[in-house]
Ligand binder design. Sequence first.
Ligand SMILES: NC(=O)c1ccc[n+]([C@@H]2O[C@H](COP(=O)([O-])OP(=O)(O)OC[C@H]3O[C@@H](n4cnc5c(N)ncnc54)[C@H](O)[C@@H]3O)[C@@H](O)[C@H]2O)c1
Length: 310
Amino acid sequence: MEGKIEKIAVIGAGVMGSGLAQLFAQNGYQVGLHDITEGALGAALRRSRANLELQAELGWISSEEIETIMGRIHTSIDMADVASSADYVIEAVPEDLNLKKRVFKRLGELCPSHATLASNTSTFNVMEEVDEEQAERVLITHFFNPPQLIPLVEVVHGERTSRAAIETTLDLLNSVKKRPLLIGKYLPGFVVNRFQLAINGMAYALLQEGVLTPQEIDIAIESSISLRLAVNGPFATMDLGGLDVVAASARTMGVEPPPPLKELVDRGELGVKTGKGFYDYREKDQEEILRQRDYRLMLLLDSWRKGRES
Ligand SMILES: NC(=O)c1ccc[n+]([C@@H]2O[C@H](COP(=O)([O-])OP(=O)(O)OC[C@H]3O[C@@H](n4cnc5c(N)ncnc54)[C@H](O)[C@@H]3O)[C@@H](O)[C@H]2O)c1
């Protein structure tokens, strides 16, 4: 789209829509929030306010800012009220393909022609479901719950999505301090939910084998890899641990190391300790890499401990 985005319409004011409205309002945008009942809109506003109050309690914002932010969210049970002047639209109605198709059709009729139309769908390839005349401005912005807090947004586009719609989306997400991840190809579940599926699959397996209770599994994950992975992704983490160790540990569990890992180990590229692994560390000081990892982890642990004491 040409020009500046000022007004954002959020369609559906449930778990995700309420957080999205808050996110954009908090970053200075005028937000039109639409749902089919006044009750849903009222509940969404209460949820946003409660989250802002918590932010004020933590010193992220001042209490005075709450009214200003809430004042930027306008609600309506008439979609036309919020869509007709929107520069950017995010659809967050329930995960029902026919419903989403109906909503996109209506948005096509109501929105200005310059508006980009994004869906927060978790699964559907909405780009394939819209009419030809809509297709260039339609894509997916997959936020994570709670969307006002979690930084990543998966941006998935179709073959017919215009470069302008993609660029507008990336700029918008950067402007609200998100970390957009552009995924050029539709995959069911996109990317992150596939990791979640793998973790959940192992959690079920351990539960069914009677090894641990759900509470024990939660303790194991919350207090270990979730913290480490918050600081470094899986490849950087493997590099830090040593790829020979990672490969040996996989074999012990009956898993042959996959080719990318095996090739590095065969070449003696074992991660930070040899200067090369999945990343190249040859220009970096090994002690400094460890110091940075520990520093980020300690900052995280500070708030993790505080959070658990509250
Ligand atoms: N909940 C999550 O963790 C999560 C995470 C990522 C993506 N998503 C996706 O976001 C979307 C919304 O999920 P949610 O969890 O917020 O759902 P939700 O059920 O909490 O909220 C959906 C809202 O849409 C409203 N609605 C229903 N029909 C409508 C219509 N025709 N027009 C306008 N509003 C309508 C409902 O009244 C409800 O308030 C889904 O596509 C879901 O898959 C959800």
